[in-house]
Design a protein around this ligand. Structure first.
Ligand code: C2E
Ligand code: CA
Ligand code: CA
Ligand code: CA
Length: 274
C-alpha cells in the first residue's frame, strides 16, 4: 500500500508540473479559492459555420492560486468533484454567468448565449433546477440565454435525469450533451430526453482530416443530430481542413483553437461586441 501510495504521489507531481505537493493541500486551497478571489471564467466562442457569426460562448473555469500559481481544470475539477467542492464552484460559475448575461441583456445583446458546464454531482442535486430558475429571476435573464452542458456520465438514473431535464426545459434554458459519444449510455436517451444540442467530443474531431474512422463517426453524429432536429457543435477544431470537412457535412457550429482559445470577458467584448 505504501508503495502504491508513493507511485501515485510521484505520478501526480509529474502530471501537475506545478507545485502543489499533494491533493489534500490542493483541496484545502481550493476550499478557499472563492473567498481568496482566485477564480475567474474564460469564454470560448462557438462559430456558426454557415454565417461565420458568433452568438454563443462556453464558460470555462480558471483557478490562479496565490501560492502555487495557475492550476488547469483537468487537475482541480476531479478534486472538486471528489470532495464535493464542485457544488460551491458550480453555483459560483452559474451566478457569475447569469450576472454577465444580465449585463449583456441590459446593453441590448439579447441574442447572446453562454453555456455552462454542469458537473454530475451538481446536476443530481434536487435543488438544481430551482437554483437555475431563481438565478434567472434574480438577474432578470431570459432563459434562452443560458445553456447547460451535461455529460452522459451525469445521466446514470433515467427517472432522475428525466425529471431534472424536463424541469430545465420547462424553465426554457438550452440543454446540451457535452463530450457526446464518450460515455456509456445508449442512444435511446436522445429520444427520451429534451436535448437541444449535441457537442461532438474533441477526440472524434482530432485527425478528422486524415483518420477515416473519426471522419465517419463525426459525420454520422452530425447526421444523427440533424435527423433528430438538434443542433450540433464540433469541439476541439484546430485546423482549417477540419473546418472544411465540418462545413461540407453541414455541422452547425464549431469551437476550438482554430477560431479562438478561451479568453477573458474583456477580450470577448473587444473582439465580438465592438
Ligand atoms: P470540456 O467541457 O470538454 O471543455 C473543453 C475543453 O477543451 C476546455 O479545456 C477547452 O479549453 C479545451 N479546448 C477548446 N478548444 C480546443 C482545441 O481546439 N484543442 C484542444 N486540445 N482543446 C481545446 P479546459 O478549459 O482546460 O477544461 C477542461 C475540462 O474541465 C472541461 O472540458 C470540463 O469538463 C471541465 N470544466 C471546465 N470548467 C468547468 C466548470 O465551470 N464546471 C465544471 N463542472 N467543469 C468544468
Ligand atoms: Ca463543456
Ligand atoms: Ca466537451
Ligand atoms: Ca471533456
Amino acid at each position: 500500500v505504501k508503495d502504491r501510495g508513493r507511485a501515485h504521489f510521484r505520478f501526480f507531481r509529474e502530471e501537475m508540473n506545478h507545485s502543489f505537493p499533494n491533493e489534500a493541500l490542493m483541496e484545502s486551497h481550493l476550499r478557499r479559492a472563492i473567498e481568496m478571489d482566485e477564480l475567474y471564467i474564460h469564454y470560448q466562442p462557438q462559430v456558426n459555420l454557415k454565417t461565420g457569426q458568433i452568438n454563443s460562448f462556453e464558460a470555462l473555469l480558471r483557478w490562479d492560486n496565490k501560492t502555487f500559481g495557475f492550476v488547469p481544470p483537468s487537475q482541480f475539477i476531479p478534486i472538486a468533484e471528489e470532495s464535493g467542492l464542485i457544488l460551491q464552484l458550480g453555483d459560483w460559475v452559474l451566478e457569475k454567468v447569469c450576472h454577465q448575461l444580465q449585463e449583456w441583456q441590459q446593453k441590448g445583446y439579447h441574442h447572446m448565449r453562454i453555456a455552462v458546464n454542469i458537473s454530475p454531482k451538481q446536476f443530481k442535486q434536487e435543488t438544481f433546477s430551482f437554483y437555475v430558475e431563481s438565478l434567472l429571476a434574480q438577474y432578470q435573464v431570459s432563459p434562452e440565454a443560458l445553456e447547460v452542458e451535461i455529460t452522459e456520465s451525469a445521466m446514470t438514473n433515467m427517472r432522475e435525469t428525466l425529471t431534472v431535464l424536463n424541469s430545465l426545459k420547462k424553465i426554457g434554458v438550452v440543454i446540451s450533451i457535452d463530450d457526446f459519444g464518450t460515455g456509456y449510455s445508449s442512444l435511446s436517451y436522445l429520444k427520451r430526453y429534451p436535448i437541444d444540442i449535441i457537442k461532438i467530443d474533441q477526440s472524434f474531431i482530432r485527425g478528422i482530416e486524415t483518420d477515416e474512422k473519426n471522419a465517419a463517426i463525426a459525420k454520422t453524429i452530425i447526421q444523427l443530430a440533424q435527423n433528430l432536429g438538434m443542433e450540433v457543435i464540433a469541439e476541439g477544431v484546430e485546423k482549417l481542413l477540419q473546418v472544411d470537412i465540418l462545413k461540407e457535412a453541414n455541422c452547425h457550429k464549431a469551437q476550438g483553437y482554430y477560431f479562438s482559445q478561451p479568453v477573458s470577458m474583456n477580450e470577448v467584448i473587444a473582439r465580438y461586441f465592438a
